[in-house]
Design a protein around this ligand. Structure first.
Ligand SMILES: Nc1ncnc2c1ncn2[C@@H]1O[C@H](COP(=O)(O)OP(=O)(O)OP(=O)(O)O)[C@@H](O)[C@H]1O
Length: 255
C-alpha cells in the first residue's frame, strides 16, 4: 500500500499579541496509508484539530511539508487547494454546518453542483443512493431542521461522500451524539472505509477510537505514540477487548 498523505516536520505557529506566538504543532511527522482508518486522541488543547486542519490544507502550516497523493500541497494557492479539497477530500464535523433553508438532498448535492458541468440528474441519483446506504432515504425531501442529531450527521457523511473523496477527515463527528447514534455513525464510517476511502478522525471517545485501525496520541503539539489495533469489522466480536487494550495503553501513556 502506498501513502495517501505524508506530513514532514510540520510546525504551526499563530501570533499571540504583538511580540508573542503560540507554537501549536511541533515538528510533527505523519504517514497515512491509502485505505487506513486512523484516529487521533490526546488531551484538550494538545493540537489534534490543528493537525487535522493543517494536513488537510484547510489551514496553512508555518513550516514543513505535506504531500497528498504523492505531490506537495502546502505551497499551492487557495484556489488550487479549494479544488483539491472539493474533489479529493470529505469533511465531517461535530457541528454539521448544514444549510437551514435547503432540504436534506439539496444540502448533500451542494458540493457536487459547484462544478459548472455537473449533471444534476446523475448527482441526484447518487445522493439518493448514499441516503439509502446510510438508512435515511425517507428524509431526502425533508427540511434539514427536521432531523435528529444522528440523522443530520448521516447527512453530513453523505455530503462528504458525494464527490467520491479519497479521504474523509472527521473532527469529533460523534462528539454531540448519544452512544446509539455514535455506534451507527461508526458503523457507516467503517463501511465507507471498507469500500476503500481513507478515514481520519479526531476523537475524545475511546469507544470510537477502538473501532479504528491505528490510534495516534498527541500531547503538547507532538505525536508521541501510536497503537495499532488492526482493521475492525462489524463481524468481529472483540470490541470489548479492543477497548480494554486501548484504555490500558492510554493509561500507560499517561493520558
Ligand atoms: N488560531 C488560533 N489562535 C490562537 N490559538 C489557537 C488557534 N488555534 C488553536 N489555538 C490553540 O492551540 C491549542 C491547540 O488547539 P486544538 O484545537 O488543535 O486542540 P485540540 O487538541 O483539538 O483540543 P480539543 O480536544 O479541546 O478540541 C489550543 O490551546 C488552542 O486554544
Amino acid at each position: 500500500m502506498s501513502n495517501i498523505l505524508v506530513a514532514r516536520n510540520i510546525n504551526k505557529k499563530v501570533p499571540l499579541g504583538k511580540d508573542n506566538e503560540l507554537h501549536i504543532l511541533k515538528n510533527v511527522n505523519l504517514e497515512i496509508e491509502e485505505g487506513e482508518f486512523i484516529s487521533v486522541m490526546g488531551p484538550s488543547g494538545s493540537g489534534k484539530s490543528t493537525l487535522l486542519y493543517n494536513i488537510s490544507s484547510m489551514d496553512r502550516i508555518t513550516s514543513g511539508s505535506v504531500e497528498f497523493k504523492g505531490s506537495e500541497i502546502s505551497k499551492r494557492n487557495e484556489e488550487e487547494l479549494a479544488k483539491m479539497r472539493l474533489k479529493n477530500m470529505g469533511f465531517i464535523f461535530q457541528d454539521i454546518n448544514l444549510l437551514k433553508n435547503l432540504s436534506v438532498i439539496d444540502n448533500m448535492m451542494f458540493p457536487a453542483l459547484v462544478s459548472k458541468d455537473a449533471d444534476k440528474n446523475a448527482v441526484n441519483q447518487k445522493a439518493r443512493k448514499l441516503l439509502e446506504m446510510t438508512g435515511i432515504e425517507k428524509l431526502a425531501d425533508n427540511n434539514i431542521t427536521q432531523g435528529s442529531g444522528g440523522q443530520l450527521q448521516r447527512v453530513g457523511i453523505c455530503r462528504a461522500l458525494i464527490n467520491d473523496p479519497d479521504i474523509i477527515f472527521g473532527d469529533e463527528p460523534t462528539g454531540a451524539l448519544d452512544s446509539k447514534a455514535t455506534e451507527e455513525i461508526m458503523s457507516i464510517l467503517a463501511d465507507v472505509n471498507q469500500n476503500g476511502t481513507t478515514v481520519m478522525l479526531v476523537t475524545h471517545d475511546a469507544k470510537v477510537a477502538a473501532k479504528t485501525e491505528r490510534i495516534l496520541l498527541m500531547k503538547d503539539g507532538n505525536l508521541v505514540a501510536e497503537k495499532k489495533l488492526g482493521k475492525y469489522t462489524a463481524k468481529h466480536d472483540d470490541i470489548k477487548e479492543r477497548e480494554e487494550s486501548l484504555m490500558k495503553w492510554l493509561v500507560e501513556k499517561g493520558f
